[in-house]
Design a protein around this ligand. Sequence first.
Ligand SMILES: [Ca+2]
Ligand SMILES: [Ca+2]
Length: 322
Amino acid sequence: MKTFTSTPNVFGRFFALQILTAALAFSARAGVVLDLNYGPVSGLTVSALTNFVDYPNNPVSATALTSGLREPVDFGNTYGAWTRGFIEAPQDGQYTFWIASDDDGQFFLSTDENPANRVLVCHNAGYVGDQSYNDKPTQKSALITLQKGRKYYFEMLHKEENGGDHCTIAWTLPDSTFMTPIPSRSLWPYPVDYSSPYPPLAKAPLILTDYLGTPVDNLPATVSVEENRPVDMIVTVDATQPAYVQWYSNNVAIAGANLASYNIASAALGLNGATYLMVVTNSMGSNAVATTLTVNTDTTAPTLVDALNLGNPGGVIVVIFS
Ligand SMILES: [Ca+2]
Ligand SMILES: [Ca+2]
């Protein structure tokens, strides 16, 4: 091994981190919600949007949010935005929701999939920094108990006057993991007629490959992975709620696998050739998508990708292998 004594190789380290990031990366484009934009309408408060003559039936544009529950940053001025959809709870237990917005923002969550049961759970008045959640007590919700696999209707309302603008919803999971934004893998779209003004529509489950032209994650016919690496299978579904998911492996139902995504933490060689099937059902019908898993033997000898001198008195060096 080469001794690591001189100036740190910043570029090399960056490159090594890129490789590691690529190896560990989970898919980032799963799930989608529709962000409807209104304006021009002046004012800082959410009521300036909800009292606007064109709200809710005459949005000027629509944006598919595919990177979690987060609006585009610095989208414009004198506009209001309304996003609705469903949050799929990934765990059983108590959640905390957080909002950060510029200018004012409100987040409503239903006690179930029914929009009529929505409740304001957190809000922000007066701008805060992007994803800055601890400026005001109202930015944080009370503890809210959710059930794994259930879908909960939500609405995010946001009003921008001038200057910077953003609006993001974060959560703390029952296991204390904090995530900003709420990831797209936990979002389901609200079923609408895609023509403006996007009226609600009853839909049997529809497995999406794109949403308003924006690609979303779907299950390819085959998924390849190197042995002992993680596999993340994600399906994006548009459906009237309640909708129920069940994953099968080699046609056997997998206990507890009832989310729109299914993760294998470490793919053993024995899983090579296994089939995975995701079935989604609601009162109007069902749909399914399947894939075959290919697990490749890890035949590449480990190579040194980086060595990090921790600068401690003991001279400890961390080495990273591929
Ligand atoms: Ca702005
Ligand atoms: Ca602003």
